[in-house]
Design a protein. Structure first.
Length: 271
């Protein structure tokens, strides 16, 4: 009986010891699991932080790409506009060069024609000073100058800048002037004089002021011939350059006044 009691007591002791050991093992595993869970939580937080940072970087990159595309489109539009402007300027330069060559040819032809002409017999007629031409256009100035009459037309009413091509409204203006001169002076000699300011010319089209003023005078002379209102033998051309200003060349208004075409009516008549 005593042996049996000892055996039971030993068995119970072993059982209690086994339970205590299992409890410690479970507790250790639980603590390890908790530590792993905390480590995973930290890793997850770090990953979330990195993902958020990458999202921000991606947004910035997308915005930068959009801005770059917009700038590229804008630059392409500007390049297209510049190409169009370059094409237009090239065409204008070609046209102006043609006008320059045509004016030079006209000048040479007119000079040769004048040299071939026989001297004209003039008959003085001083009665022209008693009646002056009348024009409704306030831009046309009429004045006596000794024994001649000068009809002055601003160059900007006839030409664009320093070209020698008369605008349509300039042709209309010359028609009005020619009609009045033909009415009052059907036989008088009429000079077509070109005048420029002290600074002209401002472009490569003309070698000097004399060249520009002569080109203007020739253009008006040709227009008057085409109108067939004045007799061809009445007309002749003179380019004065900037030698005869009517206003100071120190102001814009003065230089503008000096750029002009003058139709000068002489007392002499042609037969």
């Amino acid at each position: 009986m005593l042996r049996w009691c000892r055996a039971v007591a030993m068995f119970l002791g072993l059982a209690v010891a086994g339970c205590a050991g299992n409890s410690l093992l479970v507790k250790g595993q639980l603590e390890q699991a908790q530590q792993q869970q905390m480590a995973l939580a930290r890793q997850n937080q770090e990953l979330q932080t990195r993902i958020a940072a990458l999202d921000e970087d991606n947004k910035r990159l997308q915005a930068l790409v959009a801005q770059t595309q917009q700038r590229a489109e804008l630059l392409e539009q500007q390049a297209a506009l510049l190409r169009e402007q370059l094409s237009s300027v090239t065409a204008q330069l070609a046209r102006v060069q043609q006008e320059k060559e045509a004016a030079e040819q006209k000048s040479q032809a007119l000079t040769a024609s004048l040299q071939r002409q026989q001297p004209v017999t003039f008959t003085p007629n001083t009665s022209i000073l008693t009646v002056l031409p009348q024009f409704q256009d306030p831009g046309i100035q009429v004045r006596r100058d000794g024994d001649v009459i000068r009809v002055s037309v601003p160059a900007d009413r006839l030409f664009d800048g320093e070209t020698a091509v008369i605008r349509p409204e300039g042709i209309s203006l010359l028609t009005q002037i020619a009609a009045e001169l033909a009415r009052l002076y059907p036989k008088q000699r009429i000079a077509v004089e070109g005048h420029v300011d002290a600074d002209a010319p401002h472009t490569y089209l003309w070698r000097n002021a004399m060249h520009l003023s002569t080109a203007w005078a020739i253009a008006v002379y040709e227009a008057l011939l085409q109108q067939k209102i004045l007799r061809p033998e009445q007309l002749f051309v003179v380019g004065h350059g900037n030698r005869y200003p009517i206003a100071p060349n120190t102001t814009d208004s003065g230089r503008k006044a000096n750029r002009r075409i003058e139709l000068v009516i002489y007392p002499e008549t042609v037969s």
